[in-house]
Design a binder for this molecule. Structure first.
Ligand code: KG4
Ligand code: ZN
Length: 351
C-alpha cells in the first residue's frame, strides 16, 4: 500500500511516498530556514505563505508511483502552517478518491527508526521513547506499538529550543542545534581538551512541585530555564557575546552548555529505563541528530541492555516520510472523520 504523506507543521514543506509503512519511495523536503534566519526563529505567517507557495511543487515531485491513501500532519504545530497541509491533503484525497489519514507529528517522529528498515515496530516493544525536537522533550512508555503513556517531559523549554536560544544569545545563528553540535564536536576533539575546563552549568533539574502539577514525577522531568538563565548571567558577567567570541571562549561555553543538556536527557532516560523491562529505546526528533547525544544514549542503552533505535540522519528533522509511514499503522483514523478534521495545534503525543 502506497501512502502519500504531507507535512507542514512548522518550517518544512514536505511530501513523501512510502510503501507499507517502511519503504520510502520518495522524500521531498523544502526547508524554509533561510526565510526565518533573520528573525532568529520561525515566524508563523511567513511559514504559512511559504507553504502555500511550495506545497504544489513538493507534492508533485513526491508522486513517483500510484497513491492508495493520503496522510497529513494535523498537529501539534503552528496553526496557519498546519492548515496549508491539511487543505492540500483533503483536496488531493478527494480528487483521487482515496482515504485521508490524520497523523500526530510527535508520534510520527517516533516511527522514524523504522523507515528504510525491515524491523517491525511490534518487534521493538515494549519500548521507552524519547521525542526530542524544537517543540518537545517527552519520555513515553510504549507497552505496545501505537500505545502511549507520557511519563516525563520538559517543564519549560524543549531541548531544541534550549539549543536555539543559546545560539541566539551567542550570535551563532539559527537553528542553533546543528551549530552548537559542530562547535562542541571540534572542542571535544582538541588534544588539550580537559573535562575539568568545562563550566559547571545547572543540569536541568525539575522542581517537584511544578512536575506534580502535570501528574509526573520530577525524576523523569527536565527544566531548562535555570540553565538558560545561568548562561545569560555568564555571558553578561563576561562582557557580552562579542567579547567572548573575540577571546575564543565560545567553544568552551557551548560545549559546557551542550553537556548539561545531554546529561539531563541521559539521566532521565536511564531512570525511565529502570521502571520496566524494556526491549528498546526509541529516539526521534531533530535533536536526535546531535552526535554527542547519540553516543551518550548508546551508552545508556548498553548499560540497560536495550536496543537503541534512532533514525537515519535524513529522517531526524521534519519530513513527510514519517507521516506516510506511521499512517500505514494508523489507518483506523481515516475516512469521513479525517475529512472533517480541523487542525489541532496543541495535540499531545498519542492523542
Ligand atoms: O524535529 P525538528 O526538525 O522540528 C520540530 O518538530 O521541532 O527539530 C528541530 C530542532 C531545532 O531546535 C534544532 O536546533 C534541533 O532540532 N537540532 C539539533 C541538531 N539538529 C537540529 N539540536 C542539537 N544538535 C543537532 N545536531
Ligand atoms: Zn518535528
Amino acid at each position: 500500500m502506497n501512502i502519500l504523506g504531507i507535512e507542514t507543521s512548522c518550517d518544512e514543506t514536505a511530501a513523501a511516498l512510502v510503501r507499507d509503512g517502511h519503504q520510502v519511495l520518495s522524500n521531498v523536503v523544502f526547508s524554509q530556514i533561510p526565510l526565518h534566519v533573520k528573525y532568529g526563529g520561525v515566524v508563523p505567517e511567513i511559514a504559512s505563505r511559504a507553504h502555500v507557495e511550495k506545497i504544489g511543487e513538493v507534492i508533485k515531485e513526491a508522486i513517483v508511483d500510484k497513491i492508495d491513501a493520503v496522510a497529513v500532519t494535523w498537529g501539534p504545530g503552528l496553526s496557519p502552517a498546519l492548515i496549508v497541509g491539511l487543505n492540500a491533503a483533503k483536496g488531493l484525497a478527494k480528487a483521487l478518491g482515496v482515504e485521508l489519514i490524520a497523523v500526530n507529528h510527535i508520534e510520527a517522529h517516533l516511527h522514524t527508526p523504522f523507515l528504510d528498515s525491515s524491523l517491525l515496530p511490534e518487534e521493538a516493544m515494549p519500548a521507552l521513547a524519547l521525542a526530542v525536537s524544537g517543540g518537545h522533550t517527552t519520555w513515553i512508555d510504549m507497552p505496545r506499538y501505537t500505545q502511549y503513556h507520557i511519563i516525563g517531559q520538559t517543564l519549560d523549554d524543549a531541548a531544541g529550543e534550549a539549543f536555539d536560544k543559546a545560539a541566539k544569545l551567542l550570535d551563532l545563528g539559527y537553528p542553533g542545534g546543528p551549530k552548537i553540535d559542530k562547535i562542541a564536536k571540534e572542542y571535544l576533539a582538541r588534544p588539550d581538551y580537559k573535562r575539568s575546563d568545562l563550566i559547571s552549568f545547572p543540569k536541568g533539574r525539575a522542581r517537584e512541585g511544578v512536575s506534580s502539577l502535570s501528574g509526573l514525577s520530577a525524576d523523569l522531568c527536565v527544566s531548562f530555564s535555570g540553565l538558560k538563565t545561568a548562561l545569560l548571567r555568564y555571558v553578561q558577567q563576561s562582557g557580552g557575546a562579542k567579547k567572548l567570541s573575540d577571546d575564543g571562549e565560545i567553544p568552551r561555553i557551548v560545549t559546557s552548555y551542550q553537556e548539561a543538556i545531554i546529561e539531563a536527557l541521559c539521566d532521565r532516560t536511564a531512570r525511565a529505563l529502570k521502571k520496566r523491562d524494556y526491549r528498546s529505546l526509541i529516539v526521534g526528533g531533530g535533536v536526535s541528530l546531535n552526535s554527542r547525544l547519540r553516543d551518550s544514549l548508546q551508552r545508556v542503552a548498553d548499560r540497560a541492555n536495550v536496543k537503541l533505535l534512532t533514525a537515519l540522519p535524513k529522517y531526524c528533522g521534519d519530513n513527510a516520510a514519517m507521516i506516510a509511514a506511521l499512517a500505514y499503522y494508523r489507518r483506523n483514523r481515516s475516512g469521513q472523520e479525517a475529512m472533517s478534521l480541523d487542525v489541532n495545534p496543541s495535540l499531545e503525543a498519542g492523542e
